[in-house]
Design a protein around this ligand. Structure first.
Ligand code: GLN
Length: 447
C-alpha cells in the first residue's frame, strides 16, 4: 500500500520520508516466532506503526523535515519509539512533517508537502501531517506525532482520525529533536479512541532520561473507557465559538455537545478570558525556545555542512543559510529578537506572565467542570498553497490549539462529522493535568 499510494506512484500522499524495511521485516519474523512457540504476545504484537521524523529511530535517518539534518543517522531509539518496539509494534519508518515541527500545513517540509488522503488537493494539517495522513490512508494502525501548539490535534481533525495530546510530562521527550522544550509533547494518532488509550498506556510513564517526565504511573486508560459519561460536567467556553468559526464546524461541535447531554452529562458554560492572547503568547515563547534549541545545528555535529567556507564563522553562517527553510529562519529571528537585551522584558517575560494567566483560566474552569469541549480548528483542511504565503493567517488558525499547549493540560481531537464537501471535522476535548482517562472516556462517547 505504501509503495503504491504514498510516494512511488499513484496518489503520492508523501507521508513517509524513510521506510525501515529491514527492521520491520525482522520484527515481524520475531513476532511470528513468538506466536509459533505459543508464547503470550505483547500488547502491540505485529501492529504496524510509523514515527514522525522529529523522533529518533535507530537504523533510520532523522531529518526533522529539514535539509540541515540530511544524512544524520541517530544512534538510538527515542524512549517513545523504544516503548512501542518493546510492546511488539512493527516500526514501518519515518513520517514527513513541517521542518522542526514548525507549521500547520506540512508545507514547510524540505521534502515536499503531504496530501490529505481524504481530499488530495488539501493539506493534511501540521506539523505532524505525515503521521495523520499515514493513519487516514491506512498505511499504519497508529503513528507517533508531536504537539507543541496543536501539531497532533489539528492534523487529526483535518484528516478525520483521533489525535491525543498527553499532559506535559506524561510521555518522555528523550530522543525528540526539540522545537520548544516547555511545550513539546509526544502522542499518538489512531483510528479510534480505544486505540489511542491503548497506545498511551504503552507510552506513558517516568523516564530517567527526561527530567520533565512525571513520576506518576500511567493509568489503565482502556479500562477507564468502560465507565459511563453520565454525571460528568462538560464545560463549553464561549471564547471558542466566536467570530471566524466555520458554520459547519460550529454545527457539528454543537451536535456533539447535544450528544453528551443526551448521554447524561451536564453542560456548563465556562470562560477562558485570556484565550485571545494565546496565539501571540505562544508565538513569542515557542520562537524564543526554538532560537535557543536550534543553535546546535551549526554544521559541526549533525547533518549538512557547507562546502569550502572561508573560516569558522562563515561555516556556521553559510551552513545555516543554505539548509534552514524560510519559516525556520523567520522563527529563529523572531525568537532571538524577543530574547534580546532591551526587549526581553517587553516580550518574553510578558509572554511568560500571560502564559500563567492562560493556565489559571483552565485551572479555574476545571474547578467547575471535568472536561472542556470545543472546536479543534476554525476551518476544515484548506487547499495546498492557499495560506503558504501568509504566515500570519497560518498562525491565527492555531487559535483553538495553543492555549492547551501553554497550560500543559491534556486533550484529544476526535472526528465528529464532515462538511457538505466531505471534509473531516474534529471536536476537541480538553482535560485536567494527567486526566487523560476522562478525556478519552468522553472522546469514546462521541466518536
Ligand atoms: N502550528 C504551530 C506552529 O507552527 C504548532 C506546531 C506544533 O505543534 N509543532 O508552531
Amino acid at each position: 500500500r505504501i509503495a503504491a499510494e504514498d510516494g512511488l506512484s499513484g496518489k503520492q500522499i508523501n507521508s513517509f520520508l524513510a521506510l525501515s524495511r529491514d527492521r520491520a521485516l525482522a520484527k515481524a519474523a520475531a513476532i511470528d516466532d513468538l506466536a509459533a512457540l505459543g508464547d503470550p504476545l505483547p500488547l502491540l504484537a505485529g501492529v504496524p506503526v510509523g514515527i514522525k521524523d522529529v523522533l529518533t529511530m535507530q537504523g533510520s535517518p532523522a531529518t526533522a523535515g529539514s535539509k540541515i539534518l540530511s544524512g544524520y543517522m541517530p544512534p538510538y531509539d527515542a524512549t517513545a519509539v523504544k516503548k512501542l518496539d518493546a510492546a511488539g509494534a512493527i516500526l514501518l519508518g519515518k513520517l514527513n512533517c513541517d521542518e522542526f515541527a514548525m507549521g500547520s500545513s506540512n508545507e514547510n517540509s524540505a521534502y515536499g508537502p503531504v496530501r490529505n488522503p481524504r481530499a488530495l488537493d488539501r493539506v493534511p494539517g501540521g506539523s505532524s501531517g505525515g503521521s495523520a495522513a499515514a493513519v487516514a490512508a491506512g498505511f499504519a494502525t497508529a503513528t507517533l506525532g508531536t504537539d507543541t501548539g496543536g501539531s497532533i490535534r489539528q492534523p487529526a481533525a483535518f484528516c478525520g482520525v483521533v489525535g491525543l495530546l498527553p499532559t506535559y510530562g506524561r510521555v518522555s521527550r528523550y530522543g525528540l529533536i526539540a522545537f520548544a522544550s516547555s511545550l513539546d509533547r509526544v502522542g499518538p494518532f489512531t483510528n479510534s479512541v480505544k486505540d489511542a488509550a491503548t497506545v498511551l498506556g504503552v507510552l506513558g510513564g517516568q523516564d530517567s532520561l527526561d527530567a520533565t517526565s512525571s513520576d506518576r504511573p500511567a493509568d489503565d486508560y482502556v479500562t477507564a473507557l468502560t465507565k459511563p459519561v453520565a454525571g460528568l460536567k462538560v464545560g463549553v467556553p464561549a471564547e471558542y465559538f466566536g467570530e471566524g468559526l466555520d458554520p459547519e464546524i460550529r454545527a457539528a461541535v454543537e451536535k456533539t455537545i447535544d450528544q453528551l447531554k443526551a448521554a447524561g452529562c451536564t453542560i456548563v458554560p465556562v470562560h477562558l478570558p485570556h484565550t485571545k492572547y494565546a496565539v501571540p503568547t505562544y508565538y513569542v515563547i515557542a520562537t524564543a525556545e526554538a532560537s535557543s534549541n536550534l543553535s546546535r545545528f551549526d554544521g559541526v555535529r549533525f547533518g549538512h555542512r557547507t562546502e569550502t567556507p572561508a573560516n569558522l564563522s562563515a561555516m556556521y553562517k553559510k551552513t545555516r543559510d543554505e539548509a534552514f527553510g524560510p519559516e525556520v529562519k523567520r522563527r529563529i529571528l523572531l525568537g532571538t529578537y524577543v530574547l534580546s537585551a532591551g526587549y526581553y522584558d517587553a516580550y518574553y517575560k510578558k509572554a511568560q506572565q500571560v502564559r500563567a494567566l492562560i493556565t489559571r483560566d483552565f485551572l479555574e474552569a476545571f474547578m467547575q467542570v471535568d472536561v472542556i469541549v470545543g472546536p479543534m480548528t476554525p476551518t476544515p483542511a484548506f487547499k495546498i498553497g492557499e495560506k503558504s504565503d501568509d504566515p500570519m493567517a497560518m498562525y491565527l488558525a492555531d487559535i483553538y490549539s495553543v492555549a492547551a499547549s501553554l497550560a500543559g493540560i491534556c486533550g484529544v481531537s476526535v472526528p465528529c462529522g464532515t462538511t457538505a464537501e466531505g471534509l473531516p471535522i474534529g471536536v476537541q476535548i480538553m482535560g485536567k493535568h494527567f486526566d487523560e482517562s476522562t478525556v478519552l472516556r468522553v472522546g469514546a462517547a462521541v466518536e
